[in-house]
Design a protein around this ligand. Structure first.
Ligand SMILES: Nc1nc2c(c(=O)[nH]1)N[C@H]1C(S)=C(S)[C@@H](COP(=O)(O)O)O[C@H]1N2
Ligand SMILES: [Mo]
Length: 245
């Protein structure tokens, strides 16, 4: 039900801004698509389109670490050893203005501060305060091209076979006002085991969508060329791409 409403509102928002389907992602068009998606979500579905917000007293004392191992590649370790001062978040692919954003710039752009619940597909949940930059803020800077449909998150970590972790969202999911590039968890910079320096936080979807250790954001027209083509590390192993809660 939620899924239908969300998809319908996204489609309506996009249709409203893009009657002939050509101007969707140019700077102004994409900007207004983001804004109408937000307005429509609020107007049509009220708070149901939003993840529930919690109070400071609800913050979990124990938030499990649950992922592949903290990356131990030379590149990540070098960045971590230097306090991520030379980290740059790359935003490229089908965009008019590719970005390479240092951490200080991301911190300057920080515009979200919310206490939400993380739901892992394995059956546990935990509540934390997340602060960072709304993904739509970064995407608006990069200006997706008309062919853009998905946003892919490439992480630094890989499994025992050397397969890299990645995830993806549709542009509509990426435009959700709670979809966040998190820089801080419970008022402290995200630690290396939690996905430092930047992790995705998507409180409207299951935990595996919230990619840790984001290295690069790639805007694409199709997910087929990536990995096994299903849109994410876990999706390639059979998990659903749409993981709405
Ligand atoms: N890069 C990367 N991101 C990831 C994962 C991972 O293995 N690698 N695991 C996902 C899963 S299944 C969950 S539940 C959360 C766990 O985040 P946490 O370790 O901060 O609890 O990270 C998600 N993001
Ligand atoms: Mo998970």
């Amino acid at each position: 039900m939620n899924r239908k409403i969300f998809l319908a509102s996204g489609a309506a928002a996009l249709a409203a801004c893009s009657p002939i389907g050509t101007k969707l992602n140019n700077s102004a068009g994409f900007h207004s698509a983001l804004e109408s998606a937000e307005a429509l979500n609020e107007r049509v579905i009220g708070t149901r389109g939003r993840a529930r917000l919690y109070s400071p007293a609800d913050i979990s004392a124990d938030f499990p670490v649950n992922s592949l191992d903290t990356p131990s590649t030379g590149e990540y370790e070098r960045l971590a050893a230097n306090g991520f001062r030379s980290y740059k978040l790359v935003v490229d692919g089908l965009v008019d203005h590719p970005q390479a954003l240092p951490l200080a710039h991301l911190q300057h752009l920080s515009n979200v501060d919310e206490i939400t619940r993380h739901d892992c597909v394995e059956g546990w949940s935990a509540i934390a305060r997340w602060q960072g930059v709304r993904l739509s803020t970064i995407l608006a800077m990069a200006a997706p091209k008309p062919q853009a449909r998905y946003v892919v998150f490439h992480s630094y970590d890989s499994d025992g076979n050397g397969t890299l972790y990645y995830e993806s969202l549709s542009l509509e999911q990426a435009a959700h006002p709670q979809t966040l590039l998190a820089l801080r968890q419970n008022a402290k910079p995200i630690t290396p085991d939690r996905g430092a320096p930047v992790r995705l936080k998507v409180p409207t979807q299951l935990g595996y969508k919230s990619a840790k250790w984001v290295r690069r954001i790639e805007v694409v027209a199709s997910m087929r060329p990536l990995g096994s083509g299903k849109g994410g590390y876990w999706e390639d192993q059979g998990y659903e791409w749409y993981a709405g809660i």
